[in-house]
Ligand binder design. Structure first.
Ligand SMILES: [Zn+2]
Length: 280
């Protein structure tokens, strides 16, 4: 198992999550095990083709790579973790838009739930970037029970839905650490566990040029590339993006997104209502 975050990153999180936001980070909602089993909707995008529908049906499975091709063209998938943050996420979004590519954002629910975080997630979503879950407060969840993971996914889903009006369909456990609780809870909610197979270790802060080289040297069809907009690494990622995009396009790749979000239905509305009423 690869753990991409080390102590320094954890410390960064501690800093990010202190102060006024800390109260918002304690899930206060009773667990709700009702599965949201609606068919995933393919979100339209101006920039890149979307993940093929058949791949999104692997709910409950752990996905390390995406579809190798989209419409017959070699595809890769940028993913960004640990946001939303005011210093990092807007820079990454601007770089993505300037280079006309899309990415999938795995957000921390407690950050997305703040006023600033909600606005950033709204902007990402409005720009065609799917929003997925990266837990409520970035704990190690490998030893968690199914019920505990369910509670976390419930409150994280609620924060994302509040910002986007839609339901996330993927979960990436912090540090890539997962056990049966994670896979069972994800399966019960019809949520895919999405990992990665290209890790440029951007959290070691190699600088934009070295970061771009690390990504470019590992590109292959279906690659899910792990990068960070949060935890202090967003500016570096944004600065590396133009070179990554240029090199990938020169090799014939298109940029796809994972985790198309679902529109809420009457049954998922019931989940949100029940969660809202269950707070203590
Ligand atoms: Zn993370």
């Amino acid at each position: 198992m690869t753990f991409r975050c080390r102590n320094r990153v954890r410390r960064t999180f501690t800093v990010l999550l202190t102060g006024a936001t800390i109260a918002a980070l304690t899930p206060s909602v009773a667990g709700n095990a009702v599965a949201a089993d609606q068919t995933p909707r393919i979100t339209a995008s101006d920039y890149a083709p979307q993940l093929a529908a058949e791949s999104t049906s692997r709910a409950g499975n752990v996905m390390y790579s995406g579809p190798k091709t989209i419409n017959g063209r070699k595809a890769i998938y940028l993913t960004f973790d640990d946001g939303p943050v005011t210093r990092g996420t807007p820079e990454v979004l601007a770089a993505l838009q300037a280079n006309r590519v899309t990415a999938t954002f795995f957000v921390v629910g407690g950050l997305a739930n703040s006023r600033a975080g909600t606005n950033i997630v709204k902007r990402l979503h409005g720009a065609g970037m799917p929003i997925a879950m990266h837990s409520w407060s970035h704990p190690v969840m490998s030893g968690w029970s199914t019920a505990a993971v369910q509670r976390d996914l419930t409150v994280t889903t609620k924060a994302i839905r509040r910002a986007t009006g839609e339901i996330p369909t993927c979960f990436r456990p912090p540090y890539g650490a997962y056990g049966r609780g994670v896979t069972n809870a994800a399966a019960a909610r019809n949520v895919s566990v999405v990992m990665w197979d290209v890790d440029p270790r951007d959290w070691t802060d190699p600088g934009p040029s070295a970061l771009a080289s690390r990504v470019i040297s590992k590109l292959h069809p279906g690659a899910i590339i792990l990068m960070h907009d949060g935890a202090g690494h967003g500016r570096q990622a944004a600065a590396a993006l133009p070179r990554i995009v240029r090199a990938a396009r020169a090799k014939g790749y298109v940029f796809g997104t994972l985790c198309p979000m679902r529109r809420p239905t009457r049954s998922t509305s019931a989940i949100a209502t029940s969660a809202a009423g269950g707070g203590s």
